[in-house]
Design a protein around this ligand. Structure first.
Ligand SMILES: NC(=O)c1ccc[n+]([C@@H]2O[C@H](COP(=O)([O-])OP(=O)(O)OC[C@H]3O[C@@H](n4cnc5c(N)ncnc54)[C@H](OP(=O)(O)O)[C@@H]3O)[C@@H](O)[C@H]2O)c1
Length: 276
């Protein structure tokens, strides 16, 4: 049976490089789903893929649409018996000029609820030896938050509770309470911490069975990459290209026997980053 891989937010940036890398490294019996939120953009991205050995299929998948995420996962089960590789990579960008209170609703919906929707829908269809990787960031470490806020993300037990914590932060930003409550001003930080927390929540429940069946669930930091999302924010001197950044992530999802120490953790260039 061929392998089934899926990448969210794959029409540009790191997601595109991940699809292209998977398509080149997997075989002719394998399928890579290049997904995104806009039909034209994913169609155009499909045309730009070069050197593919696997069958690359462009499909609409807007992670803000919970019904669509669930339906996509069910389709994978019906058509292929499940999936082998999921890279939850999507990212709704902001620019420094944005007022956080104006953009945070859509930001959390895509970047955080979109991630927990992907975990809920696709983990049940992840085949034995499957990989589910959430693309997060070094900013996703707990130490990026002030001490009084850390326990919320450290002690949370379910994805529903985590969504509630994330939405409470979103509301604090909208209502202008966030600064007084101690939340960092750069909304990317809390969003990335919550993504790593989501991985830790599901890993806590699935660890024994997943490790027994050779599955890997992890968060990754891809390092600094020159893309449309990072360009407005950072000095990108020395940053990786998306193709360069994809190398370590592809190694993680394609290596036959990943280090069990990666399970449930935030991994950067093959090293586990401490959470607390
Ligand atoms: N760039 C960096 O330096 C860096 C560093 C650390 C971590 N990361 C992480 O790496 C990942 C990829 O980032 P990137 O720099 O490659 O970003 P990017 O170039 O901005 O690409 C983001 C992708 O996500 C898609 N997207 C946005 N909203 C979506 C939705 N609702 N449903 C599905 N797809 C959606 C975008 O589609 P459109 O084209 O339609 O907008 C785009 O294809 C992100 O998780 C990011 O946080 C990046």
């Amino acid at each position: 049976m061929g392998k089934i891989a899926l990448v969210t937010g794959a029409n540009q940036g790191l997601g595109f490089a991940l699809v292209e890398g998977l398509a080149r490294q997997l075989g002719s019996a394998d399928i890579v789903y290049l997904t995104g939120r806009d039909s034209q953009r994913i169609g155009a991205a499909r045309e730009r893929i070069s050197g593919a050995r696997a069958d690359v299929r462009a499909r609409l998948l807007d992670v803000r649409d919970g019904g669509a995420v669930t339906a996509f996962a069910e389709r994978m089960r019906a058509e292929h018996g499940g999936v082998d590789i999921v890279l939850s990579n999507h990212y709704l960008r902001t620019v420094p000029e944005d007022v956080p209170a104006d953009v945070i609703g859509a930001y959390v919906d895509a970047n955080n609820l979109g991630t927990t929707r992907m975990l809920r829908a696709f983990l049940p269809v992840l085949r034995p030896r499957g990989r589910f990787v959430v693309v997060s960031s070094t900013l996703g470490r707990l130490r990026e938050l002030p001490i009084p806020l850390r326990a919320r993300f450290e002690e949370v037990q379910t994805l529903d509770d985590l969504d509630a914590i994330t939405l409470a932060w979103r509301d604090a930003v909208i209502d202008g309470r966030a600064r007084d409550e101690g939340w960092p001003e750069f909304i990317n930080i809390v969003s990335k911490v919550a993504q790593v927390a989501a991985v830790r929540v599901v890993a806590g429940r699935r660890r024994t069975e997943d490790l027994a069946q050779g599955r890997l669930v992890a968060a990754v930091c891809p390092g600094m990459i020159d893309t449309a999302s990072s360009r407005p924010w950072f000095d990108l001197t020395g940053a990786q290209s998306p193709t360069q950044a994809a190398v370590a992530l592809l190694r993680l999802v394609l290596e036959p026997e990943p280090d069990p120490a990666y399970y449930g953790e935030l991994v950067r260039f093959g090293k586990v980053l401490g959470w607390p």
